[in-house]
Design a protein around this ligand. Structure first.
Ligand SMILES: Cc1ncc(COP(=O)(O)O)c(C=O)c1O
Length: 464
């Protein structure tokens, strides 16, 4: 979350004016913004004040930047309202919520082909960021145990990943003193490859992160190829390096649309997998999941015990208290949609993504980096010949109509790429895609009359 400084002066003033129609005679017509008001106000007055301010938030359905769910069925809304007071950590008080969490973990571990006969284990989290932290911590602790048992130095752990990783991995390395080793992009290779990953591995590598798929362009990293490269590395050096698959989005897409893609626990080298329940798991923020293939992948000394029906229940989490509503909503989706329902929704998203990508490719000024055929996400750039407007002009122009289509530059070695990205989520229909195309067509006609770009990356507010 942003770190908020104490305000000494606010550009929009430090008082909230209360419309006289909403006040009763005894109420104040003004309240402070940054100090706790001295007196209470009526609930409907407080509601109206907050409701009015929130009008400035964007329209979530037009937000093509986020991967996060912006619509659920009314039945899910109802269940969430019924459960918003439940604390996930109170397993003893809310045993049935705990039971639903257990069912979700089991469903995911089957979906991701955890090996028969092995005790796969997992938990819910606040999102993929926490799930990745837990996955990374397990890698680090396992590496440390192995090194200590062998009487080896444990001072300099490192983690190998593509430079396209989401910021949560940078945070993991920073917070837990692990050296990040980023494989830069090169030429048309915009994510990690097996050959390049292995080049950065050594005896201090706690693991390799493979992303399904990349936040930058929606492409899948080749998990099987990375695993094979690490197999060969082990044969040559004796060093056994596990993989964590960051499937924040793709772990809820690939199982439904790509049965033949081998990326999960079918690969013995995959130690753990995370996903965001609140992305293609189709739940409102924030819920994530992480599953370890077997007991060896999650060292026992990372596990804490909480009271549960007079006994104790193993837990692994960064937070203590957390809302139970999202876990219940995840279970609702699993129960309601089943495999076929998820498949239908993910396929529709992918069909709309490839349809829209195809149309954008045919417009003329754009070149696709990806076409939405892996994640239902695609990225595109302006052709080199276009110099009188930028991707940032496009992003700003679409924003005038309410569309949020982020423009951003790529990382090291491909900083020259300035892309626009569209994330197709459940509810982004063919109709909305056509409306976006109509607005983009109108915008291009206007931008074509412009002699020089108006916006550049200093105007961009988008972060991965
Ligand atoms: C690949 C990847 N990993 C991790 C995250 C972080 O996920 P969350 O927002 O659920 O914490 C994201 C978010 O976009 C992502 O795309």
């Amino acid at each position: 979350m942003p770190l908020h400084p104490k305000l000494t002066d606010s550009p929009t003033g430090d008082r909230l004016a209360v419309n006289p129609l909403f006040t009763r005679s005894a109420e104040r017509a003004e309240v402070p913004k940054y100090r706790l008001p001295t007196e209470p106000m009526l609930p409907e007055t407080a509601y109206q004040l907050i409701h009015d301010e929130l009008m400035l938030d964007g329209n979530a359905r037009l937000n093509l930047a986020t991967f996060v769910t912006t619509w659920m069925e009314p039945e899910a809304d109802r269940l969430m309202a019924e459960c918003c007071d439940k604390n996930m950590i109170d397993k003893d008080e809310y045993p049935q919520t705990a039971e639903l969490e257990k069912r979700c973990v089991n469903m995911l571990s089957h979906l991701w082909n955890s090996p028969a006969g092995e005790a796969a284990t997992g938990c819910s989290t606040t999102g993929s960021s926490e799930a990745c932290m837990l996955g990374g911590l397990a890698l680090k602790r396992r590496w440390r145990h192995q090194r200590r048992r062998a009487g080896q130095n444990t001072e300099r752990p490192n983690l190998v990943m593509g430079i396209n990783v989401q910021v949560c991995w940078e945070k993991f390395c920073n917070y837990w003193d692990v050296e990040p080793r980023y494989v830069p992009m090169a030429g048309e290779r915009l994510h990690l490859s097996g050959v390049e990953a292995v080049k950065l591995c050594d005896e201090n590598t706690i693991g390799v992160v493979a992303i399904l798929g990349s936040t930058f362009d929606g492409s899948y990293e080749p998990v099987q190829e990375i695993a094979s490269a690490l197999d060969a590395f082990q044969e040559q050096t004796g060093i056994d390096i596990p993989i964590h698959v960051d499937g924040a989005s793709g772990a809820m897409i690939a199982p439904f649309l790509e049965a033949d893609l081998v990326w999960d626990f079918r690969l013995p080298r995959v130690a753990s997998i995370n996903t965001s329940g609140h992305k293609y798991g189709l739940v409102y923020p924030g819920v994530g999941w992480v599953v370890w293939r077997d007991a060896a992948a999650l060292p026992e000394d990372l596990v804490f015990r909480v009271n549960y029906l007079g006994g104790d229940m193993p837990t692994f989490a960064l937070n203590f208290s957390r809302p139970g509503a999202q876990v219940v909503a995840q279970y609702y989706n699993f129960l309601r949609l089943g495999f076929a329902g998820y498949r239908r929704i993910q396929k529709e998203c992918r069909d709309v993504a490839t349809y829209l990508a195809g149309k954008i490719a045919r417009m003329g000024p754009f070149r696709l980096l990806t076409d939405g055929s892996e994640l239902p996400v695609f990225a595109f750039v302006l052709r080199e010949a276009v110099t009188h407007f930028t991707a940032f002009d496009i992003s700003a122009g679409l924003r005038e109509r309410g569309w949020q289509v982020p423009a951003y530059t790529f990382p090291k070695n491909r900083e020259d790429i300035c892309a626009l990205r569209v994330v197709v989520r459940n509810g982004f229909s063919y109709d909305l895609a056509d409306l976006l195309m109509a607005d983009l067509t109108r915008l291009l006609a206007r931008l074509d009359k412009q002699s020089a770009p108006r916006y550049d990356e200093t105007d961009a507010a988008f972060h991965h």
